[in-house]
Ligand binder design. Structure first.
Ligand code: FMN
Length: 362
């Protein structure tokens, strides 16, 4: 490490409290200078992570309460210049969103850059809402910032054991193709759980995030790596799409194996040690059933597949679940065949519409 950098690491931290205090100085010029000084410290990469976060939080707070345009611009400039050197947690800068409606166009451009730096897909709808702003420079800056974010991604799962005539596969394919076509750069990640089956969860300790496991837990490393990949695939998807037939009144076992891997309290499901990372994200369930499960029918209440997914993805993880159902796919009576065909046609149309809408909206 060059000796000048060592000097800065030792001496820079004590400067921080003084400059942070001056952010509340009654003179705007003093606040501006303090913001510039903190920006220099962030830019110079001389601060330890904790100190840098304190500085960024102080500058964000200044933007929220200070309505002097020069001070605000200096503070936003300081945050924006400092962020690329770090991997900022998005919660640190998300409060800026509430100040956006009252910011001048040139300052909005700074905020877009700051939000894009987080690379958090949660900021996409915020930036996107400025895509039709009256000022062309704001629209252009929003478009540039959107290109910095990861591409909008659909995780598409299929689980039917039928390859060529499967209705659930046809409906999910219609959704995925509409999603892909909805906006340039949209990405579809397809996982065929039947053709490429996952193992059963080999160790009960994998049901829990590391911090929640028993002290003597020692799951197999390869199993843990597979689970990490599956969870990462889910967390990096903006939209989840699952196609599944009703098999023996329940989920196909290939889908159940996936669910057992990704339902992890403390990682994907909320717990005391985690937030709710999937809350609000769309999950579209496409289900097909041979029989009729109408109220009053002999099968009423016997579909034990969709309720499980609604419970885990919706109630527990907080995802926004939509269900597309077609029934009576094994019907033989003319009226059953008619109804089945109509439901299938409706399901295909609904899937195309929803795929296009969710592909545009993210
Ligand atoms: C192993 C197996 C079990 C099934 N169990 C049921 C069932 O419990 N209830 C039902 O209504 N249909 C059942 N079916 C019929 C399927 O749900 C129906 O054919 C569905 O349309 C298949 O979905 P797909 O068209 O996407 O392949 C079963 C089919 C298979 C192959």
């Amino acid at each position: 490490m060059p000796s000048s950098l060592c000097w800065r690491l030792v001496t820079a931290d004590p400067v921080v409290p003084a400059a942070l205090t001056r952010l509340a100085h009654p003179e705007p010029r003093q606040r501006e200078l303090a913001a510039a000084e903190l920006g220099d410290l962030l830019r110079g990469n001389a601060l330890k992570a904790r100190a840098a976060e304190t500085v960024i939080a102080g500058l964000v707070d200044l933007v929220l309460r200070d309505h002097d345009p020069v001070v605000t611009e200096e503070a936003l400039h300081a945050i924006g210049e400092g962020l690329p050197h770090r991997d900022p947690p998005s919660q640190l800068v998300m409060p800026l969103v509430q100040r956006m409606p009252s910011l001048a166009p040139n300052l909005l451009e700074h905020v877009f850059g700051i939000l894009a730096c987080t690379r958090d897909r949660a900021v996409r709808p915020v930036i996107k809402s400025y895509s039709d702003h009256a000022v062309p420079a704001v629209r252009d800056a929003a478009a540039d910032a959107l290109t910095e974010l990861p591409p909008t991604t659909l995780l598409h799962l299929d689980s039917s054991a039928e390859r060529s005539t499967s209705r659930s596969r046809a409906i999910t394919a219609a959704f995925a193709s509409a999603f892909r076509a909805a906006a340039p750069g949209n990405v579809v990640v397809h996982r065929d759980l039947h053709a490429d089956p996952l193992p059963h969860l080999p160790d009960a300790s994998l049901h829990w995030a590391q911090g929640l496991r028993q002290a003597d837990a020692s799951p197999d490393q390869a199993a843990e790596d597979l689970q990490r990949r599956l969870v990462a695939e889910l967390l990096s998807a903006d939209v989840l799409l699952i196609g599944f037939p009703l098999y023996n009144y329940s989920l196909p076992s290939s889908l159940k194996a996936w669910l057992d891997h990704i339902h992890v309290p403390g990682t994907t499901a909320p717990s005391a040690i985690s937030g709710a990372p999937l809350a609000g994200r769309p999950a579209v369930l496409v289900t097909t059933r041979g029989g009729d499960y109408d109220d009053g029918s002999v099968n009423e209440g016997r579909d034990h597949a969709t309720p499980v997914l609604e419970l885990i993805l919706g109630e527990e993880m907080g995802m926004a679940v939509t269900v597309i159902t077609t029934s009576l796919t094994l019907g033989t009576q003319p009226e059953q065949v008619d109804r089945s065909e109509n439901e299938y046609t409706d399901a295909l149309r609904l899937a195309r519409d929803l795929g296009a809408r969710l592909g545009r909206a993210r």
